[in-house]
Design a protein around this ligand. Structure first.
Ligand SMILES: *[C@@H]1O[C@H](CO)[C@@H](O)[C@H](O)[C@H]1NC(C)=O
Ligand SMILES: *[C@@H]1O[C@H](CO)[C@@H](O)[C@H](O)[C@H]1NC(C)=O
Length: 217
């Protein structure tokens, strides 16, 4: 009986500690911008895996490795970039990769594939902003569903032919633009970047070239 009360006490104590620290300690991850070219993804992956060595094993070519599938450059590149970011101490510049990295405050892990995370000291209240993008492992069906869902609610003309975000014409790049338009238009609630678990909230602007990712205060 007294042990149970003590457990409750510990639970309340740790909850309170967690609450007061929440403003400054966040788990963060690094992923590639959805618009990153295949050649840059390959360069990032080679550079990162050269530094982290064995930590790239989960994506190496063997279907028994937990992160080999989906076998896409956006996921493999992101996985390697994240391993590098974590190993180097999670400074924002460790996720820069020539402006092709995004720091995520949502975990990109899926199934048995773990993107290692870690505590990051930062003040999100003073962060520049938040945007929503598709997670690197999202499959084409989920990406298409997200585009259909978002564009049913917001004007997606910027991802149509001739629009500033049409290129690169990949599902993950188009889906990310559409998901972000929806997220910004619906008050940036965590739930408006869920998209059946395929959305990541990032704190670096995913804009590229002439494609401006919407940002509302
Ligand atoms: C976070 O930043 C905001 C705005 O700059 C500031 O008002 C607030 O006191 C900071 N919070 C912490 C815990 O440092
Ligand atoms: C979530 O998945 C369901 C079932 O596949 C689909 O009908 C729905 O459109 C999806 N929602 C979003 C926001 O993509």
């Amino acid at each position: 009986m007294s042990q149970a009360i003590f457990s409750v006490f510990l639970l309340v104590l740790s909850f309170n500690l967690g609450g007061s620290l929440a403003a400054e300690v966040w788990q963060t991850w690094c992923v590639a911008k959805p618009s990153t070219s295949d050649s840059s993804l390959t360069d990032n992956m080679d550079f990162a895996c050269d530094h982290v060595q064995d930590e790239c094993n989960p994506i190496r070519k063997d279907t028994s490795n937990p992160c080999y599938n989906p076998d896409t450059l956006i996921h493999h590149g992101s996985f390697a970039m994240n391993a590098y970011y974590q190993k180097k101490g999670r400074h924002h510049w460790n996720c820069n990769f020539d402006n092709s990295g995004l720091i995520s405050i949502k975990n990109p892990s899926y199934g048995s594939c773990v993107y290692t995370g870690g505590d990051t000291f930062m003040n999100l209240t003073s962060a520049q902003g938040k945007w929503c993008v598709a997670t690197p492992s999202a499959n084409n069906q989920v990406l298409q569903d997200s585009i259909d869902y978002a564009c049913n609610h917001v004007d997606c003309s910027i991802i149509t032919i001739g629009g500033p975000c049409y290129d690169p014409s990949s599902l993950i790049s188009h889906a990310s633009v559409a998901m972000n338009l929806y997220y910004q238009a619906t008050g940036k609630l965590d739930s408006s970047c869920d998209f059946n678990g395929s959305g990541l909230i990032v704190i670096i602007d995913p804009s590229y070239g002439n494609c401006k990712f919407e940002f509302r205060q």
